[in-house]
Ligand binder design. Structure first.
Ligand SMILES: [Zn+2]
Ligand SMILES: [Zn+2]
Length: 136
């Protein structure tokens, strides 16, 4: 499936070919902290399937629990997190952040990753009162 996306301010834009079957939610604590929220919606693509259309992201290299070093790309202007990839010449598997993908409604996750650190209350939010816009 062909998708496209951009950061909040629009400076960085991309296109990619993705397999909707590979879309996941990641509950690892790195994703919780770096996203500033409860989990990440991850849309994987490959170096061959990815095209940076405009802008140059700022990067931060994190070391995962496994020892893997991953490059975290984000917009230096608006702060939107865009993707993670491997260090060096071969970016390997590129994990796009679902919230930046225009077609995200069609990319329902197929599995939970790092579920051991999922927030214990996540399963309960389906029953909360629903307010369609900001209440105040
Ligand atoms: Zn931006
Ligand atoms: Zn994660």
């Amino acid at each position: 499936m062909k998708i496209d996306g951009a950061c909040y301010c629009g400076e960085i834009a991309f296109e990619a070919e993705v397999n909707p079957e590979h879309v996941a939610i990641c509950h690892c604590t790195d994703c919780q902290t770096m996203s500033g929220t409860t989990f990440r919606h991850i849309v994987p693509t490959s170096a061959e399937g990815f095209c940076l259309v405009s802008g140059t992201p700022k990067t931060y290299v994190k070391t995962a629990e496994s020892g893997n070093r991953r490059v975290m790309a984000f917009c230096a202007n608006c702060g939107t997190q865009l993707w993670a990839c491997d260090e060096g010449d071969d970016p390997g598997r590129i994990a796009l952040r679902g919230g930046t993908v225009r077609q995200r409604e069609q990319l329902a996750p197929k599995r939970h990753l790092w579920h051991r650190s999922a927030q214990p209350w996540l399963g309960d939010i389906g029953d909360l009162p629903r307010i369609e816009k900001q209440p105040f």
